[in-house]
Design a binder for this molecule. Structure first.
Ligand code: NDP
Length: 457
């Protein structure tokens, strides 16, 4: 078995070394998950809910320890690690409140001795291949509803967030979930590949479009459920009637929060000429006020990048934009090591020839483009292979609704951005993926419908 070394991305120091799974252990864990599934399905919903309730209590009690590991492992500012864990609690509450009703039998017809009902049965054994940027959100969006609806789960956290993945697994086991019902797989992409080759009933993947497309090709002939939550190039448009200062403050946060490493980070901004100068000046003031530094310092708002290779991608996007005529308004460079550091960066005079405005950046860099009309803004927002989220800042709700209706995105925002709600479905269009998590549909997605036709003799 090979070893997985975990490094702190802020300092480069090795913080842990773990034994990886291999093909044989992945196969053995899959067999154990299969053997455990039927008995788990038969555990009453009330007992499963009680386990998740205990998980919530333990997570809350251990929050500081979990936040510290998360920050040390992914470079996220400690205040934002605490926010992620605190934000998980209402998500858990949503699953606790909704799971039973979401999969209750529906009686749809009863007449002359003929009865019809719809049941929701678990998929069976599901794989959750997860991303590192929000390991608690992204992991639990799948693990909790999958378990509550009677599936057994093989969970492979990203190699960049394995310690947090092991914490989630440990706490669920301590809450009463049997060891073979939820199993954690340790390792990098090769372990994920081994997992998707097993006899499983569903793959729930969160990550990049490239990896998602490879997984889709691997599992396509097997007719199993596949969900892909992939990247984005999320646009926001500031209309002529918007408050430029309020919009700038909101969008600077949406672009730079989590050091720009959110699937729904604001990745490109279009601003009407009427408010452009005021917006840019407020935006720069907001970005310059951000404090970049030691992720363990509670005052830090921009941390280290989790993955070192992202530094080259960000530098290439900035350099290409500048070569094509963009203006650098702040930042623009990686910082000398140790650790993975890139300055918060703002570029103006940008356009869609530049990868900065077309391809996911996933870091603290943003382009701001001036537009002359609502129609131009909508056309530019839709000029993307992605479609995860999009937003408009404006005082006019009716006009904003009309424009957002024309934008290709799974989630749309009016006067807000970078926001996820457990009550609403989280899904993407185009290369942002297929399927959904969250909302009651994101609970039912871990089941398949079974149609019952029952005639009295
Ligand atoms: P990756 O695609 O690199 O990895 C995602 C997961 O897949 C990891 O666990 C990875 O393992 C694993 N993996 C890698 N190669 C394979 C393979 N061949 N077969 C099976 N599994 C494999 O993405 P990142 O982790 O870098 O995540 C960032 C991306 O995720 C961004 O594009 C972001 O937008 C997107 N994202 C989307 C969200 C959404 O809700 N739409 C939410 C969060 C992120 P390992 O890391 O160990 O190599």
């Amino acid at each position: 078995m090979t070893q997985l070394q975990i490094h702190n991305p802020a300092t480069g120091a090795m913080i842990a070394e773990l034994r990886c799974d291999d093909d044989a252990s992945v196969a053995a864990k899959t067999a154990a998950a299969r053997a455990a599934q039927r008995a788990w399905q038969l555990v009453p919903m009330a007992d499963k809910l009680a386990m998740v309730q205990r998980f919530r209590a333990m997570l809350s009690a251990e929050l500081e320890n979990l936040a510290t590991t998360l920050t040390q492992e992914v470079g996220k500012p400690i205040a934002q690690s605490r926010n992620e864990l605190n934000g998980l609690l209402p998500r858990i509450d949503f699953f606790l409140e909704q799971a039973e009703a979401a999969v209750r039998d529906q009686h749809v017809f009863d007449d002359a001795g003929m009865h019809e009902q719809i049941g929701h049965i678990p998929l069976g054994v599901v794989a959750n291949i997860s991303a590192w940027n929000y390991p608690y959100f992204v992991g639990c969006n799948v693990i909790l509803p999958a378990l509550l609806t009677g599936n057994t789960v093989l969970y492979k956290p990203s190699e960049y967030a394995t310690l947090s993945g092991l914490h989630i697994t440990r706490l669920l086991h301590a809450s009463g979930v049997p060891a073979n019902v939820l199993q954690c797989l340790v390792g990098a992409g090769a372990v994920g590949t081994a997992l998707t080759q097993q006899r499983i009933d569903g793959v729930f993947f969160t990550g990049s479009h490239g990896t998602g497309a490879r997984i889709a090709a691997q599992v396509a002939p097997r007719m199993i459920k596949l969900q892909l939550e992939l990247g984005g190039k999320d646009p926001s448009y500031v209309r002529a009637d918007a408050d430029p200062r309020a919009a700038a403050e909101s969008l600077a946060d949406g672009a730079m929060y989590n050091t720009g490493q959110s699937c729904c980070s604001v990745e490109r901004i279009y601003v009407h000429a009427a408010v452009y100068d005021a917006f840019v000046s407020h935006f720069l003031a907001a970005v310059e006020a951000l404090r970049m530094g030691d992720p363990m310092d509670p005052a830090t708002s921009v941390g280290a990048l989790t993955r070192a290779p992202q530094l080259d991608l960000l530098q290439a996007q900035v350099d290409e934009a500048l070569a094509l005529g963009a203006t650098l308004r702040c930042g623009g460079h990686r910082l000398p090591g140790p650790g993975n550091w890139f300055e918060p960066t703002v570029l103006t005079e940008v356009d869609h020839r530049m990868a900065l405005m077309r391809e996911e950046s996933f870091g603290p860099i943003i382009g701001i483009q001036k537009v002359g009309s609502d129609d131009e803004a909508v056309a530019l927002m839709n000029d993307s292979r992605y479609g995860l989220t999009a937003g408009i800042y404006s005082r006019d709700e009716a006009r904003s609704r009309e424009l957002l209706d024309q934008v290709n995105a799974g989630s749309v925002y009016w006067n807000c951005c970078d926001r996820v709600s457990p009550r609403l479905p989280w899904s993407g269009q185009g290369d942002s993926g297929i399927g959904l998590t969250l909302s009651t549909a994101g609970i039912q997605t871990f089941t398949r419908p079974k149609a019952w036709h029952l005639r009295q003799p």
